[in-house]
Design a binder for this molecule. Structure first.
Ligand SMILES: Cc1cc2nc3c(=O)[nH]c(=O)nc-3n(C[C@H](O)[C@H](O)[C@H](O)COP(=O)(O)OP(=O)(O)OC[C@H]3O[C@@H](n4cnc5c(N)ncnc54)[C@H](O)[C@@H]3O)c2cc1C
Length: 331
């Protein structure tokens, strides 16, 4: 087995708060570390990371926190992250490194693997320890099969974990020690200039990846203008809006709204599916929702098999009635 027996988990944060996907990766890291008899160290990278580092030190399952705090790390730069993560690996000497398979995680993790000459598995949905080797599970062929990738050699296994593939670790009241690591960033590390992130389409729109409540619309809406009903319900619930693939394919909604195998994977507390049949390619995106409510006029729609609560009825009657109740309740 490479390095030590521990796991280094790299987390993401924004505006001082941990992103929910970070808690998912900590869960995966904890179970892998337990299987190896090792510890979980969390790396927090950025500029002004005291608040997220403090939050992560309290999360259940975290043994230690190492921060790399540098004003040059205020926004993501693949080159700088590669150097920082390589330094964290040198410091922690883990057997495995896990990061979220987000846009940035999928960018820097293979770079780190290439720099260290070690193996990499992208977009894994599970990690395990078997026969003395770290093993990552990766969906292939449009999720029809799952492959097991076993890591050989001396370098740490580097794995990016698909958002939504593990439950979130609990916030807890732990007190893992936090230490700082200084990393010298060279001119080459900082050469890549990053433009400020663009606001998502639709001013003030909530990000699906972090939303606690999501209202999603499907082809049952019939025509693009009817999506206003989804937006109205979402506004009453302070929820994000989402859609199925036929709606994004038809240009009713931007692709960034699409949930599922070829869209976003989400893990809200509440997911309301309106006029959505519940195709497997859609459901893989919501499998980590705590509570699914389905509104569909077909009692045999597959969505009802996964729904915690189902309403069989015409959405054009049910949704306005729910909105009216919520409006009355919200004053
Ligand atoms: C490789 C591949 C990848 C895919 N990736 C994705 C993906 O990422 N995300 C995704 O969503 N799909 C994906 N799909 C498509 C997926 O297979 C389904 O076709 C799609 O999810 C169906 O969308 P829908 O539920 O909106 O539409 P439909 O399946 O047409 O369902 C519409 C539902 O609305 C109900 N309905 C109709 N009128 C009303 C009404 N008035 N009131 C109440 N209910 C009503 C119907 O009973 C029906 O159940 C993928 C397919 C493939 C092959």
């Amino acid at each position: 087995m490479a390095g030590g027996s521990g796991v280094l988990v790299l987390v993401e944060h924004a505006e001082g708060e941990l992103k929910p996907v970070s808690l998912e990766v900590i869960t995966a890291g904890r179970s892998l570390a337990d299987a190896m008899g090792g510890s979980v160290t969390v790396g927090v990278i950025g500029a002004g990371v005291a608040a997220p580092a403090e939050s992560v030190s309290r999360v259940v399952g975290v043994d230690a926190v190492v921060t790399v705090d540098d004003e040059h790390l205020a926004t993501y730069r693949g080159t700088a992250w590669t150097t920082v993560v390589a330094s964290l690996i040198d410091e922690v000497q883990p057997a495995a490194v896990l990061a979220p398979a987000t846009t940035s995680g999928r960018d820097y993790m293979p770079r780190v693997a290439a720099r260290l000459g070690t193996g990499h598995a992208a977009d894994a949905v599970g990690v395990a320890f078997a026969d003395g080797k770290v093993v990552a599970t990766r969906p292939m062929l449009e999720s029809r099969v799952q492959s097991a990738v076993a890591f050989e050699g001396d370098g740490p296994a580097t794995i990016s974990m698909r958002p939504g593939s593990s439950p979130r670790a609990a916030a807890g009241d732990g007190s893992a020690p936090v230490r700082a690591l200084d990393v010298d960033l060279s001119e080459a590390d900082l050469a890549l200039a990053v433009a400020p992130p663009e606001a998502p389409e639709g001013a003030g729109k909530q990000a699906l990846s972090t939303a606690e409540r999501i209202v999603a619309g499907g082809r049952g809406l019939g025509e693009p203008d009817k999506f206003a009903l989804i937006e109205e319900l979402a506004a009453e619930l302070n929820a994000a809006v989402a859609a199925t693939r036929p709606l994004s394919d038809a240009g009713w909604r931007p692709h960034s709204d699409q949930i599922g195998q070829t869209g976003a994977q989400v893990s809200p507390k509440l997911y309301i599916a309106v006029g959505i049949s519940g195709a497997v390619q859609h459901l893989v995106g919501v499998q980590n929702a705590d509570f699914i409510v389905a509104i569909n006029r077909d009692p045999n729609a597959p969505i009802f098999k996964v729904a915690s609560f189902g309403i069989v009825g015409d959405l054009f009657e049910v949704v306005p009635a729910v909105i009216a109740e919520l409006k009355a309740a919200n004053g």
